[in-house]
Structures are given as C-alpha cells and as structure tokens.
Design a protein around this ligand. Structure first.
Ligand code: ACO
Length: 166
C-alpha cells in the first residue's frame, strides 16, 4: 500500500510508512489493541477470526486496525488504535483509508465501525471518512464492561454503529 499519508492536505511525517497484514505467526500488538478496547476477553473473542493490519515505520508498529468478516459481504472495524506518541499525525486516517481499500478489494460492499456515544473525536473521524450512523446498541458499554467508562466527561453507555458503502 502507498506509504504516504496526509493531514489537512500536508504530509506531516516522513512517508516511509507501510500498511502490513499480520500473519498468524506474527505477534499481536495487544498494547495497542487494549487502547481501543480495554477488555482483553472481548479482544481475544474477535482477533483470531479477523485480519489484523498494522502501520509500520522503521520496523516500529505505530498503529493497528482489525477487520472482522460479517455476513452479506460486509466487514467490521473491530479495533483501531495508534500509539499515543503518534496520535494526531494522520496515522488513524491512513489506517482507515487503507482498510477501506483492502475491504473493497476483498469484494466487500460495506464496512462498519462501532464506537461509544462519548467518543466525540472518533465520531468526527469516522464521519469525515464517509461513515454514517446506522444503528444504536443501547447500554452496550453498561452491559459488557465491569466498570463505568467515562470520556470527555460523558459516560460511555451506548454503542453507535457507523456504516459506509464501499
Ligand atoms: N479527539 C478529537 N479529534 C480527534 C480524535 C480525538 N480523540 N481522534 C482523531 N481526531 C481527529 C483529528 O483531530 C483529525 O482531524 P483533522 O483531520 O480535521 O485535523 C482527524 O480526527 C484524524 O486524526 P488522525 O491523526 O488521523 O487520528 P489518530 O492517528 O490520532 O488516530 C485514533 C485516531 C485511532 C482514534 C487514536 O486517537 C487512538 O488510538 N485513540 C485511542 C484508541 C481509540 O479510541 N480507538 C478507537 C476506538 S473505536 C474502535 O476501535 C472500533
């Protein structure tokens, strides 16, 4: 995949970044996956059945995106995370753009992603990439996580599912 990524139409970091699919022998970057999904039980429930892609620069894994196959030629982004020191530099957008390309190449017709009502920045990011709210899973985070989760001063209660046609 093209190694360049841009933010506000400018290249913001060295472009020698690649989008790489992990194979079954590669180490799973749990440190990153747990940034996006604090439940290792839930991560383990989907990661082995998914395609895991990473953004790599100079052999350092900067970010990860996990594509889980659904029925009816659809795929779900189950996890998306960028190393904290590299956030806000366009890598999340780079991962999403490349995930859209591989999902389309794999003959999927739609792609979705779920996020919390409190994940304001993420909701912005996904809508900027053409995803639209398609479903609300009421009380998903209340029912599936042992402790209450707060972000931006708001409790994460409901999962908003956003979908984009490919
Ligand atoms: N708050 C506000 N704005 C944000 C946020 C945020 N948390 N995250 C991204 N944005 C905005 C950026 O300002 C930028 O806007 P601009 O293009 O208008 O300047 C745009 O979104 C793209 O930002 P990137 O730099 O491409 O995003 P980044 O590399 O930081 O990756 C990500 C975004 C993956 C959400 C990262 O911040 C992260 O790893 N967060 C912690 C884990 C997480 O929340 N993952 C998503 C959970 S949902 C899921 O996994 C299915």
């Amino acid at each position: 995949m093209d190694g360049k990524f841009t933010k506000n139409a400018k290249t913001v970091m060295s472009p020698n970044i690649t989008f790489k699919k992990l194979d079954k022998r590669d180490q799973i970057p749990y440190d990153l996956l747990l940034l996006a999904d604090p439940s290792k039980v839930l991560v383990d429930g989907y990661v082995m059945q998914s395609e895991v892609y990473i953004a790599v620069q100079n052999e350092e894994t900067l970010g990860v995106i996990v594509l889980f196959p659904l029925i009816n030629n659809a795929v779900e982004i189950k996890n998306l995370a960028v190393k904290p020191a590299f956030q806000g530099k366009g890598i999340g957008s780079y991962l999403i753009d490349n995930a859209l390309k591989v999902a389309a190449l794999n003959k999927n017709e739609s792609i979705c992603i779920g996020t919390a009502n409190s994940s304001v920045g993420q909701l912005y990011l996904y809508q900027k990439h053409g995803f639209e709210i398609s479903e609300i899973k009421k009380d998903f985070f209340v029912n599936n996580y042992p402790e209450p989760i707060y972000e931006n001063g708001i409790q994460a209660k409901h999962m908003l599912v956003l979908t984009r046609q490919l």
